[in-house]
Design a protein around this ligand. Structure first.
Ligand code: PLP
Ligand code: COI
Length: 356
């Protein structure tokens, strides 16, 4: 039983749906656990959160989030350590990023401990929904949106914070093909690319659809000014292995989402003595290395995507393939380390995991 500092009302379902789930064939984001947590911001303060049966929301047609996009979210996961404990992966980092996104979008912030406690309580109540099989986990989606019933443009006075959870399998079941995007822009300096806000994803749909029509699963975004530097992909940060060294774009602008998986990859690489650099990477450097066969691995890093191998990279009319016989040894070692920490099969030397 969790000793929450924040008081949470609980209204449980009378009948769980957990037995209806086909655990062998879970896809991503289509099954929803029994409960959700709801907390409203009204009269200048957060009201008591309530865990209640998962279900539909009522909304006013003028609700400001749907008109002007004042809406942010997070994505995180819970896993099982054997049959015993349920563990959250670095929830404090999601809480911190959520706070930063709230500030950028003029929304009220939630204290880090309260954010984590609300997640722990919800996952504790729906603990039966945390998958038991390898490679599956419980995806947790906290989100916050503006609820003023007013069509003038200003920061809303009222907000709704919700958390729901989904038992999930892998997001990408196959290695991903990406295209280096040189025309469309995901984020520009001074914009909202560093915030996890809904509009970033909406804006990427059209360019991604054009990429899909050319056979690519995702785009590899470049900077919005010169399209000269590699930034990230649509659902994950990006890492290349060039000349035997892992390289990932530095997060020194507000145009790249500060990924928790990517940060963990950097830390694990350090621990395993795998050479890794975080720095600006030009498109030219990557394309030249691809042409010369010096790119031996490329992968995405993200909560949903996990460590997702990239198969092909498109640039203008060239298509490069990471050699099929490439051992991808460093990324495999890092993926295994992360998996073992999440499953509790190795010691959590970084103190990342938080028990539910
Ligand atoms: N970049 C974007 C645009 C994302 O949507 C995500 C997923 O959350 C990431 C990167 C990876 O971030 P994280 O590892 O924290 O999930
Ligand atoms: C995540 O990895 O949590 C994401 O937010 C990516 C995607 C599902 C939008």
């Amino acid at each position: 039983m969790i000793n929450n500092k924040i008081a949470i009302k609980v209204n449980r379902v009378s009948q769980s749906r957990v037995k209806e789930i086909d655990w062998e064939n879970l896809s991503f984001g289509r099954e929803f656990s029994d409960h959700m947590l709801e907390m409203n911001f009204e009269n200048g303060k957060w009201q008591t959160p309530e865990i209640k049966p998962f279900g539909e929301l009522k909304m006013h047609p003028a609700m400001s989030a749907i008109h002007y996009g004042q809406s942010i979210f997070e994505g995180m996961k819970a896993s099982r350590s054997g049959d015993k404990e349920i563990l959250l992966f670095r929830p404090d980092m999601n809480a911190e990023r959520f706070r930063e996104s709230s500030e950028r979008m003029c929304m009220p912030t939630i204290a880090i401990d309260d954010f984590v406690d609300m997640i722990r309580k919800l996952v504790e109540i729906d603990s039966e929904w945390v998958p038991k099989a390898n490679g599956y986990s419980l995806y947790i989606r906290p989100f916050l949106f503006a609820t003023d019933e007013f069509i003038g443009i200003k920061p809303s006075n009222n907000y709704k914070f919700l958390i729901f959870t989904c038992p999930v399998g892998v997001y990408y079941s196959e290695p991903v093909n990406v295209k280096i995007e040189e025309f469309y822009t995901r984020a520009s300096l001074g914009g909202v690319g560093g915030a996890k806000t809904a509009g970033n994803y909406a804006a990427s749909l059209y360019p991604a659809k054009k990429g899909n029509e050319q056979g690519f699963d995702q785009l590899l975004w470049t900077d919005g000014i010169e399209h000269k530097y590699i930034e990230e992909s649509g659902t994950m940060n990006i890492v290349f292995e060039i000349d035997g060294k892992l390289i990932t774009p530095a997060e020194d602008t507000d145009t790249i989402l500060k990924g928790i998986t990517k940060r963990s990859v950097v830390e694990v690489a350090g621990h395993l003595n795998i050479p890794m650099e975080e720095r600006k990477i030009t498109v030219e450097e990557v394309v030249t290395a691809l042409r010369e066969g010096r790119v031996t691995d490329a992968f995405g890093a993200g909560t949903a995507a996990t460590i997702a191998p990239i198969a092909k990279i498109g640039f203008r009319d060239e298509l490069f393939e990471i050699p099929k016989d490439s051992p991808r040894a460093s990324s495999s070692e890092i993926r295994q380390f992360l998996q073992d920490v999440k499953d509790g099969t190795i010691e959590d030397i970084f103190n990342w995991m938080v028990k539910v």
